[in-house]
Design a protein around this ligand. Structure first.
Ligand code: GLU
Ligand code: ZN
Length: 298
């Protein structure tokens, strides 16, 4: 059976160059490894997702000529997410956390990457939970050894990277980590290719996926396959001329703004390949050429 790779944009804005580069890498990996492509709209954050962005993402992908074999949207899985949460809760693997953002910052150490390493305060001091709270998952204290096809081997313990992390936030929305783990499992994703900025999430996603799969195993109410770890590849991000990653602000400029200014898909593809270091100038490029160029370097 062919493997499956996914492109998983969040509809919290229109597509920008960072998304375009990810989509090209996903297609290049699919070409190289002969995979099916799945488009997943990651609208887990219902506070920020908007219908116009969901429609916009589909339109923009079609404008470039991207093709995919299947499609899903996370909001149609929310009932399933709840069932998985119930299973984890029944096993004592979830607890409410009433810490405010301020408390989280002041009461916990911070990692090298600037993340709060939650020390488990609310796990040990159960507070009455009438006010706002997130739900955190008890994450095993265990080193995860994993491999990235481009970056090599990693040995990371999520307990030391971030501690127990939220699977539902204080606004009651499912978190990225929880939603992505369930969907990657449920949709049978075998290959994960995405930007290097998410590399830090990989060990915790491996740990949480394992926990979810083990907890749900054999329960017909939450049908999930046993966990098999996907192949990972985290691609480089576009950098500016001084070698710094493009900021959110620079990315704020969407591809549809370029389109509205009269740029063609081929011009934008040439531009992105040039910025990502695949071409020495920004000669217009077809989608097929762009994918083949990246596939040749994977
Ligand atoms: N939805 C995430 C994003 O747009 C990508 C998630 C992933 O590829 O794991 O940044
Ligand atoms: Zn807490």
């Amino acid at each position: 059976m062919p493997g499956i790779i996914r492109f998983a944009p969040s509809p919290t804005g229109f597509l920008h160059e960072g998304h375009l580069l990810s989509a090209l890498y996903v297609c290049a990996a699919a070409k190289k490894w002969d995979l099916k492509i799945h488009l997943r709209i990651e609208d887990h954050d219902q506070g920020r997702a908007r219908k116009e962005y969901i429609d916009g993402i589909r339109e923009d992908l079609a404008w470039f000529g991207f093709k995919y074999d299947s499609e899903s949207i996370q909001s149609s899985h929310f009932d399933f997410f709840q069932k998985v949460l119930d299973k984890l809760t029944a096993k004592g693997l979830v607890y409410p956390c009433t810490c405010s953002r301020k408390q989280l910052q002041s009461e916990n150490p911070v990692s090298e990457t600037g993340e709060v390493i939650y020390q488990g305060k609310c796990r040990t001091q159960a507070a009455p939970c009438s006010g706002p709270h997130s739900l955190r998952v008890v994450i095993p204290d265990k080193v995860i050894n994993w491999h990235d096809e481009r970056l090599g081997d990693f040995a990371e313990n999520p307990k030391n990277q971030c501690g127990d992390f939220p699977i539902r936030d204080r606004d009651g929305f499912w978190t990225y980590q929880f939603a992505v783990c369930i969907d990657d499992l449920a949709e049978g994703i075998t290959h994960i290719v995405r930007g290097e900025d998410i590399r830090n999430s990989t060990a915790r996603q491996i740990a949480l996926s394992q926990l979810i799969a083990d907890t749900c195993q054999g329960d017909p109410d939450v049908p999930l396959p046993p966990y098999t770890r996907p192949l990972y590849l985290h691609h480089p991000l576009i950098v500016d001329s001084s070698g710094k990653k493009l900021s959110k602000r620079e990315h704020a400029y969407s591809l549809r703004q370029d389109k509205d200014r009269g740029k063609s898909p081929q011009e934008l593809l040439g531009q992105i390949l040039y910025k990502a270091g695949f071409l020495s100038d920004n000669t217009p490029t077809t989608l097929e050429q762009a994918i083949a160029t990246i596939a040749g370097r994977l």
